[in-house]
Design a binder for this molecule. Structure first.
Ligand code: ADP
Ligand code: MG
Length: 395
C-alpha cells in the first residue's frame, strides 16, 4: 500500500487521535445491536496500547446534524470497547474544549478515552477548519481506521490532515489492501457476482473493473433490467429504464473483451414480495405478466456455482434474491455456501450481502467482508475517497 500506516510511525508516548467508525446500529433502547464495527477497530487499538500510545478514540454516531442528542451519546460504545478490551475506556461528555484538553493532558501511556459523538458539532459535517484545529490540539498524530466514513468530507476525516499527520489504521489498511487487490492484481479467473436491489449504485463497479474480470454473474433485482435490455418480458418486476443504455454499453464492452456476462436462465417469481406469497420457478423467457422476479432459479444456481468453483477470486456485491423472505433466499444461501468452501479469495463488498452471510454463520469463511458498504462500492467504482487521499504517502 502506498499510504503510511500506524506501523510506519513512532507512537510510543504520543497522543494519538484514532478516527474510528463506531456508527453502530442501535436497538430501541439505545443498546448496541451489532458491534461488528467496534470489533473491527480492536486490532488498531490493541496495537496502540501495546506500543504505549495515549489513545483518544473518536467517531460519529447517527445523524443528529450538529445538535446534542442524549440518545446518541457514545457512552454505550465506550462501555462495549471496555468489555472487549478488558480495560477501562473513559467516555468524555465533549469532544473539544478546555475540559477535554485537561483530561488528555493527564493521560498515561496505554490509556484509552473516547471523545463525545463528533457529529454533535456542526463543524464536523461542514468540515469547519476551526473545529478541525480544535480537535488537532488534542493529539500529535491521527490514525484513521474509519474506512466506512472515508467518503465523507468531514472535519475528522479530511480537515484534520491540514493540522496533523494522518496515517491508516490496521482496519483501513486491510480494507484498502483487499479492495485494491481486486482492482489491480486479482488471481484469475476472477468472477464478479452482482445483485441487490438497485442497478445504479453497482453498475459503476462493473464498468471500472471489467478489464480485470473473466465472468460476471447477474442476480437480484437488477436481473429484470438486464433481461429487459435483452428484450425479455419481466412481468411486473421493477426495471430501471435510465440504466438500459449503460447496461447495453457494458454488455458490448464485455463482449469485446471476452468477459462473459451470465444472466439467470431461470428465476423464482411471485405475485407479491411477501412471506406468505407462493414462489414458483420459471424460465427467464417465460416470466408471467402478473409476477415479479424474487430470486435466481435452481438451474441458475447450478450454473453459477459451477462457474464459481473454477474461480480464484470472487467479488460479491448484492444478494441473489430477497433473502429476508425464506422462500426467496435459496439463491443467496447457495452462493454463500459455495464461497465458504472455496480455496479462493472471496471479498464481500456491500452491506446486505454481509448481513446475509453473517446470518448464515459463514462470515468467518470469507477472505474479507468490507465494513463500509457504500464506501467499498465507491472505492471499487474507482472514485477517490477523500479520507484516504489525505493519508500520508509512504516515503
Ligand atoms: P442495500 O443498500 O440495502 O445494501 P442493495 O441495493 O444492495 O441495497 O440491495 C439489497 C436488497 O436487495 C436486499 O434487501 C434484497 O432483499 C433486495 N433484492 C434482492 N433481489 C431482489 C429482487 N429480485 N427484487 C427486489 N429486491 C431484491
Ligand atoms: Mg447494498
Amino acid at each position: 500500500m502506498q499510504k503510511m500506516t500506524v506501523e510506519d510511525v513512532e507512537v510510543g508516548g504520543k497522543r494519538v487521535l484514532v478516527r474510528a467508525d463506531f456508527n453502530v446500529p442501535q436497538d430501541r433502547n439505545g443498546g448496541i445491536e451489532d458491534d461488528t464495527r467496534i470489533r473491527a477497530c480492536l486490532p488498531t487499538i490493541r496495537y496502540l496500547i501495546d506500543h504505549k500510545a495515549r489513545i483518544i478514540l473518536c467517531s460519529h454516531l447517527g445523524r443528529p446534524h450538529g445538535r446534542f442528542d442524549e440518545h446518541l451519546r457514545l457512552e454505550p460504545v465506550a462501555r462495549r470497547i471496555s468489555e472487549l478490551l478488558q480495560r477501562p475506556v473513559e467516555p468524555l461528555r465533549e469532544a473539544i474544549g478546555p475540559e477535554v484538553m485537561r483530561i488528555v493532558s493527564l493521560m498515561q501511556d496505554g490509556e484509552v478515552i473516547l471523545l463525545e459523538n463528533l457529529i454533535f458539532y456542526p463543524g464536523e459535517e461542514s468540515n469547519d477548519p476551526g473545529f478541525a484545529r480544535e480537535l488537532s490540539l488534542l493529539a500529535d498524530l491521527v490514525v484513521n481506521d474509519a474506512f466506512g466514513a472515508s467518503h465523507r468530507a468531514h472535519a475528522s476525516v479530511v480537515g484534520l490532515a491540514d493540522y496533523l499527520p494522518c496515517v491508516a489504521g490496521l482496519l483501513m489498511e486491510r480494507e484498502i489492501g483487499q479492495l485494491s487487490r481486486l482492482l489491480e492484481d486479482p488471481d484469475r479467473p476472477f468472477a464478479a457476482i452482482m445483485g441487490g436491489a438497485k442497478v445504479g449504485e453497482k453498475i459503476g463497479i462493473l464498468e471500472n473493473i471489467l478489464p480485470k474480470l473473466d465472468v460476471v454473474l447477474i442476480g437480484g433485482g437488477m436481473v429484470a433490467t438486464f433481461l429487459k435490455a435483452r428484450r425479455f418480458d419481466v412481468g411486473i418486476s421493477l426495471v430501471e429504464p435510465d440504466m438500459m443504455e449503460l447496461i447495453g454499453r457494458i454488455l458490448q464492452n464485455a463482449e469485446a473483451r471476452g468477459v462473459r456476462v451470465l444472466l439467470p436462465e431461470d428465476v423464482v417469481v411471485t405475485e407479491k414480495m411477501e412471506p406468505e406469497s407462493p414462489a414458483r420457478g420459471v424460465s427467464s423467457r417465460e416470466i408471467p405478466g402478473d409476477c415479479r422476479i424474487a430470486d435466481i432459479g435452481p438451474r441458475t444456481i447450478t450454473t453459477f456455482t459451477g462457474e464459481l468453483r473454477r474461480c480464484r477470486t470472487i467479488m460479491w456485491n448484492g444478494p441473489m434474491g430477497v433473502f429476508e423472505i425464506p422462500q426467496f433466499s435459496l439463491g443467496t444461501t447457495a452462493i454463500a455456501t459455495v464461497l465458504a468452501d472455496l480455496h479462493a479469495t472471496t471479498v464481500i463488498g456491500d452491506g446486505s450481502t454481509a448481513e446475509a452471510v453473517t446470518q448464515l454463520g459463514l462470515a468467518g469463511r470469507m477472505t474479507h467482508i468490507s465494513t463500509g458498504g457504500g464506501t467499498s462500492l465507491r472505492f471499487l467504482s474507482g472514485k477517490t475517497l477523500q479520507g484516504i487521499a489525505v493519508l500520508a504517502d509512504k516515503k
